[in-house]
Design a protein around this ligand. Structure first.
Ligand SMILES: Nc1ncnc2c1ncn2[C@@H]1O[C@H](COP(=O)(O)OP(=O)(O)OP(=O)(O)O)[C@@H](O)[C@H]1O
Ligand SMILES: [Mg+2]
Length: 247
């Protein structure tokens, strides 16, 4: 895979204090506005997710679901308040340290799966391991990838295919493998089923939850029929005090 000049190198500096708290996510007085001129879009006084929970978040367009997930993955930083993940301060870290924490502890599945098109399936999955702990991570990943592909009902030879050549169904399963290759303690998914037909969608949900059995999950979707897969259900409007200009 190509070298990246921006890789976090202090891979060992985050050891989640795994037994100190049963909490996966803690939000406290969290506020966010996209800029000083913009109205705030997030105001969450308090919200918590236990490590044992799998939470489905629904709600109308524009209500702040993706913004919240971007705060949780550290691609956005709060305007006020604090996010703790796995019992550790997260949002107050530098963006570089948040990147390193994300690579180690958080799996993310996006709506469009965001695979790197010109890399092979194997390289796409290995890249996630590389961001976590460099070449050693890739070596470990190489050992796990065949069984992961098998678990996801993908042929072992698919590893050599370029991401650009995959079907949507194959793409979604590679995205699951990439999100979970580092055994993250938290999985975050933003509308990952919106481009799938009903049958593929149900298969995706089964595979995702089967392979993420021991992982706390936050899953956002408009499709409330998916709520049945989750132990906890939330409406973003109940969590976020800002109703905004929702549709
Ligand atoms: N980059 C941005 N700059 C400024 N405002 C933004 C930006 N992204 C989103 N917003 C605004 O923030 C609010 C929340 O948007 P967000 O994308 O979080 O909603 P959502 O609940 O994910 O909606 P959807 O269900 O359509 O994906 C909206 O009013 C939106 O216009
Ligand atoms: Mg969204």
């Amino acid at each position: 895979m190509p070298d990246s000049p921006n890789l976090p190198t202090d891979h060992t500096s985050f050891k989640a204090n795994e037994d100190a708290t049963g909490e996966a996510v803690g939000l406290s007085h969290l506020k966010f506005a996209y800029s000083e001129q913009d109205n705030p879009v997030i105001d969450i006084p308090s919200w918590h997710l236990a490590k044992s929970e799998k939470c489905f978040i629904a709600g109308p367009s524009g209500a702040g679901k993706s913004t919240l997930l971007n705060l949780l993955t550290g691609t956005l930083a709060p305007t006020e308040g604090e996010i703790t993940l796995l019992g550790q301060p997260f949002s107050s870290l530098s963006s570089r340290k948040r990147d390193a924490f994300r690579a180690r502890h958080i799996g993310v599945v996006f709506q469009q799966f965001n695979l790197i098109e010109y890399l092979t399936v194997q390289q796409n999955i290995e890249a996630a391991a590389y961001f976590y702990k460099g070449k050693a991570g890739m070596t470990e990943a190489r050992q796990r990838i065949p069984s992961m592909l098998e678990h996801l009902q993908l042929s072992p030879t698919i590893g050599r295919k370029k991401a650009a050549t995959l079907s949507v169904g194959q793409r979604q399963r590679v995205a699951i493998a990439r999100a979970l290759i580092n055994r993250p303690q938290l999985l975050i998914a933003d509308e990952p089923t919106s481009s799938l037909d009903a049958q593929t969608r149900d298969q995706f949900m089964q595979l995702l939850l089967d392979i993420a059995q021991d992982t706390a999950v936050i899953f956002v979707s408009h499709d409330v029929s998916l709520a049945r897969y989750f132990s906890r259900h939330e409406d973003i409007r109940e969590i976020n005090a800002i109703q905004g200009n929702v549709q």
